[in-house]
Ligand binder design. Structure first.
Ligand code: ADP
Ligand code: MG
Length: 162
């Protein structure tokens, strides 16, 4: 049986490039229907992580911060849906606004500011929590909730950081 320790992997990245490379290594194991919630303060590196993850999925377009568009959609090995809930007050707004829909089951969803989902937080997901700011190294904790997302933990151990 998995213990708490088995369900989490922690790495430290010393640069934005290292965060991107780590995220790209996780994307290798991505499957349709995956959900990654990206936690961390403003400037922690959530969008940097999303850019690296997209690169790992083979997305060629430039991934922009979705702060103003709410959702960016990109074509890669799998479709990538990059959502930013920062400007929303509640999950209801996200659902009513059509931000979360069935189409996303065909690809991978990355959500910045997932705390907005509160009680609507999907139980099956990968939490990626980024701590640190400015030029500091970032501590990145990867926690799998539900069986499907466990496969990211092995990738996180292998792709661990510099
Ligand atoms: P968020 O989306 O969490 O608000 P961003 O990804 O937009 O944050 O910005 C993170 C900023 O921190 C970028 O300017 C990036 O260059 C910088 N940074 C410095 N060190 C790191 C690191 N180790 N990992 C990620 N970003 C870093
Ligand atoms: Mg961001």
């Amino acid at each position: 049986m998995a213990t708490e320790a088995d369900a989490a992997v922690q790495v430290v990245t010393g640069s934005p490039e290292a965060t991107r490379a780590f995220a790209a290594s996780l994307a290798r194991v991505a499957e349709p229907g995956d959900l990654l919630c990206l936690w961390g303060d403003l400037g922690a590196g959530k969008t940097v992580f999303a850019k690296g993850f997209g690169a790992g999925l083979g997305v060629r377009d430039t991934i922009l911060s979705p702060s103003f568009v709410l959702m960016g959609e990109y074509a890669g090995r799998l479709p990538l849906f990059h959502i930013d809930l920062y400007r929303l007050a509640t999950a209801t707004e996200a659902f009513d606004g059509g931000l979360l829909d069935d189409r996303q089951a065909s690809g991978v969803v990355l959500i910045e500011w997932p705390d907005r989902l509160a009680d609507e937080m999907p139980p099956d997901r990968l939490d990626v929590r980024i701590d640190g700011g400015g030029d500091e190294p970032r501590a990145i904790a990867v926690v799998a909730h539900g069986r499907a997302h466990q496969r990211y933990l092995a990738a996180a151990r292998d792709g661990g950081a510099t």
